[in-house]
Design a protein around this ligand. Structure first.
Ligand SMILES: C[C@@](CO)(OP(=O)(O)O)[C@H](O)COP(=O)(O)OP(=O)(O)OC[C@H]1O[C@@H](n2ccc(N)nc2=O)[C@H](O)[C@@H]1O
Ligand SMILES: Nc1ncnc2c1ncn2[C@@H]1O[C@H](COP(=O)(O)OP(=O)(O)O)[C@@H](O)[C@H]1O
Length: 293
């Protein structure tokens, strides 16, 4: 039996830091959204070993790869005596604020309980997920969701429909842990999540209106050290009506309205040597993304 999964990227429409915990992690309030840029994974039943091959040779295929970690976590938690041969095709850029590794990990949890025929619950998988990374539980739900705590308290929100989004990445990554370390308290003018939540609840999360309520606290801590990311934002603001950095960077995104001139946008951004993807928001992360042969 072989299982194929597409693991989607995410963007953060809203990200405010609430405070720092005693264990150095930060409580946050974020609205996360899965989008149609995917890593691809396949899982083939094997005797009892876990093995991983990854298309991106800059990533380890062993203990430091979150996919390998996720597989070992399932094996240990359920005392599973089966093995798996995993292939990971990376398409989501690494360290891009798009949650690629976290999504790969969540897909691995979902695939292995199916492949190894393990009886479990979503709650139990969420407990394994949070030990792998703060963003991993979100990807077990996907779509549009409010994430609180350090990211593990996930509340699904109403679908915002299919919005067209452009992702722009400078071609380098930003280490998440370094950005969290840069946060200085007290934060000025805590951003309010209510407006954006109300817009989603009232089916009014559309274009210009929505972008006024989007916010990312990390922008002020990332831009001073990475002027090229600020430059992406400046150029996108010229061509679209607004833009926002995703997570801890380095990707910046804009919501595209129907009047946008795609060719003009492409040629202007390509001239800067940046990578671009045209994607849409997607409702659920997994179920339609699974297939087995
Ligand atoms: C910033 C966000 C926003 O969605 O995403 P990315 O930009 O990485 O995609 C997340 O909070 C990233 O989540 P994730 O990438 O899973 O973080 P982890 O691997 O658990 O942690 C990496 C490091 O970030 C810090 N960290 C992470 C999450 C959190 N709520 N508080 C923290 O202080 C910790 O120092 C930790 O050592
Ligand atoms: N399967 C994986 N995909 C991406 N990054 C991984 C993976 N496994 C481990 N990592 C490590 O996780 C870090 C970045 O994770 P990633 O999810 O790409 O970015 P971000 O946290 O910015 O969304 C990198 O240091 C990378 O080496």
């Amino acid at each position: 039996m072989k299982i194929h999964i597409k693991a989607p990227a995410k963007i953060n429409f809203f990200l405010e830091i609430k405070n720092k915990r005693a264990d150095e992690y930060h409580n946050l309030e974020s609205i996360m959204q899965t989008v149609s840029l995917y890593d691809e994974l396949s899982f083939e039943l094997a005797k009892n070993m876990v093995s991983l091959e990854c298309s991106d040779k800059s990533l380890s295929a062993y203990e430091t790869n979150i996919v390998y970690k996720a597989a070992m976590a399932v094996k240990k938690h359920y005392n599973a005596d089966k093995g798996v041969k995993i292939y990971l095709k990376k398409r989501i850029p690494i360290g891009a604020g798009l949650g690629g590794g976290s999504s790969d990990a969540a897909s691995t949890l979902e695939a292995l309980v199916k492949l190894w025929n393990i009886k479990t619950t979503k709650d139990e998988l969420e407990q394994i997920a949070i030990k792998l990374g703060a963003d991993v539980p979100f990807f077990l739900t996907g779509g549009t969701a409010l994430c609180e705590g350090i990211g593990e308290i996930v509340t699904p929100l109403k679908s915002i429909g299919e919005l067209n989004i452009i992702l722009v990445n400078p071609g380098f990554g930003v280490p998440t842990a370094d950005v969290y370390k840069k946060i200085k308290f007290p934060l000025t003018n805590q951003a309010k999540i209510h407006t954006i939540k109300d817009l989603i609840f009232n089916n009014s999360f559309n274009k210009k209106e929505a972008f006024k309520s989007c916010f990312n606290r990390f922008e002020e801590f990332v831009f001073p050290n990475y002027p090229e990311i600020l430059e992406i934002k400046r150029v996108l603001n010229e061509l679209c009506y607004a833009s926002l950095m995703s997570g801890s960077g380095a990707t910046v995104f804009s919501i595209l309205d129907s009047g946008i001139k795609i060719e003009k946008l492409k040629s202007r951004l390509n001239r800067c040597g940046w990578k671009i993807w045209f994607v849409t928001t997607i409702d659920t992360s997994f179920h339609p993304l699974f297939s087995s042969t």
